[in-house]
Design a protein around this ligand. Structure first.
Ligand code: IMP
Ligand code: MG
Length: 182
């Protein structure tokens, strides 16, 4: 089991850079097979920014050319436990009507964040809305939502890295890891 020291803390690598890259390429293939017309990729910031950046480049490798718009939502705040409230911090800029929206999120846990974004896109007249998450934590759903594309089914740890943070730290890590107790 691989460990990496970041500052004062020791992290256990759950998904390495190489494992993630391979899976991202596979997901891009799955998305291509779904044949969504007029594809609008909407990363839900901030947690998905690295995943989304890799994913759109993987979509390019499959010959796709999506439009990209960002939606910034917050449910977590500083805590590691969900508040249950979802807020729009920054909305998409363009029209959603007439586009097939692919929501990209980092983690599907309670499902509240992704469900909120999905309802919003549907209400604005999207042709269809599909969801793609890097990680899915099983058995944690508070709302009835299943992601269409899932990177990894993740054990119920609080994870960081590859865009995901704990109190604004660790987003820059190229892998997904778990902070070990000291
Ligand atoms: P949900 O609304 O409960 O599904 O929570 C999803 C959001 O909570 C994700 O988009 C993340 O931003 C955050 N989140 C949930 N679990 C973790 C974790 O283990 N590490 C970092 N962020 C997390
Ligand atoms: Mg998030």
């Amino acid at each position: 089991m691989k460990h990496v020291t970041v500052g004062e803390r020791k992290l256990r690598v759950l998904y390495s850079k190489q494992e993630i890259a391979q899976r991202v390429a596979e997901i891009a293939g799955e998305i291509k097979s779904a044949q969504m017309e007029r594809l609008l990729v909407v990363p839900i910031l901030k947690g998905s920014f690295i995943f989304a950046a890799d994913l759109v480049r993987a979509l390019h490798e499959k010959g796709m050319a999506p439009t990209i718009e960002f939606l910034s939502l917050s449910s977590y705040r500083e805590a590691t436990v969900s508040s249950g409230q979802v807020e729009i911090l920054r909305d998409v800029e363009g029209e959603v009507e007439g586009w097939s929206v692919l929501l990209v999120d980092d983690i599907l846990e309670s499902g509240r964040t992704t469900a909120f974004a999905k309802d919003l896109m549907v209400a604005r007249g999207a042709l269809e809305v599909k969801t793609c998450v890097l990680l899915e934590k099983p058995g944690k759903r508070a709302v009835d939502l299943k992601a269409d594309f899932v990177g990894f089914k993740c054990p119920d740890y609080f994870v960081v890295g590859y865009g995901m943070d704990m109190a604004h730290n660790y987003r820059q890590l190229p892998f997904v890891g778990v902070i070990e107790e000291n």
